[in-house]
Design a protein around this ligand. Structure first.
Ligand code: ZN
Length: 181
């Protein structure tokens, strides 16, 4: 089922997600709905907060973005990214590798707004999947960026918080209109 995507201004986007204690039918349905909603909106990631649920659950699929490459490595061995998509991550923990890379980002909760955002060029993720299995991998490129963006959402952090103050000031009018609905 496609769910409504929460837009900027809704307080749930500022809520820190509760940890998923147990994978039950509700969590599986939420994950399935989030994937359907993300694909319908042509996004590369979606966090539970964006469908109104403050839970540590996000989905990511960068396989359609051929112009913005990604890598994914497990135990130091690079594996084909497409074969691992989509990712459904529960209670993800993020380790940022050193360095900064600026790239353009959008967010389904901020329609028609994009901005350059600095992010770590690579991340190590530790999370659980829907089978309750621990997953651990390293990502670079668009995948690393999408994961940082989505895991920010799970902690109530939004991409506007990562923009330069000049960029945010330039968007102030649009953000105000968006938050008024
Ligand atoms: Zn977003």
């Amino acid at each position: 089922m496609i769910r409504d995507i929460v837009k900027y201004g809704d307080p749930v986007l500022r809520a820190k997600g509760a940890r998923v204690a147990r994978v039950d039918d509700g969590v599986r349905q939420l994950a399935a709905d989030m994937l359907e909603t993300m694909y319908d909106a042509h996004g590369v990631g979606l966090a539970a907060q964006q469908v109104g649920v403050a839970l540590q659950l996000c989905v990511v699929d960068v396989s359609g973005a051929e112009d913005r490459p990604s890598t994914l490595s497990i135990d130091g061995v690079e594996v084909p990214v497409e074969g691992r998509m989509p990712l459904v991550l529960l209670n993800p923990e993020l380790e940022l590798k050193p360095g900064r890379e600026v790239g353009v980002e959008g967010c389904l909760s901020f329609p028609e707004i994009t901005a350059d955002i600095p992010r770590a060029p690579a991340v190590v993720i530790r999370a659980f999947d829907l089978e309750g299995q621990e997953v651990r991998f390293e990502a670079t490129g668009l995948l690393a960026r999408a994961l940082q963006h989505e895991i920010d959402h799970l902690n109530g952090v939004l991409f506007i918080d990562r923009m330069s103050s000049a960029a945010r000031a330039g968007l102030a009018g649009r953000l105000k209109r968006l938050s008024r609905g």
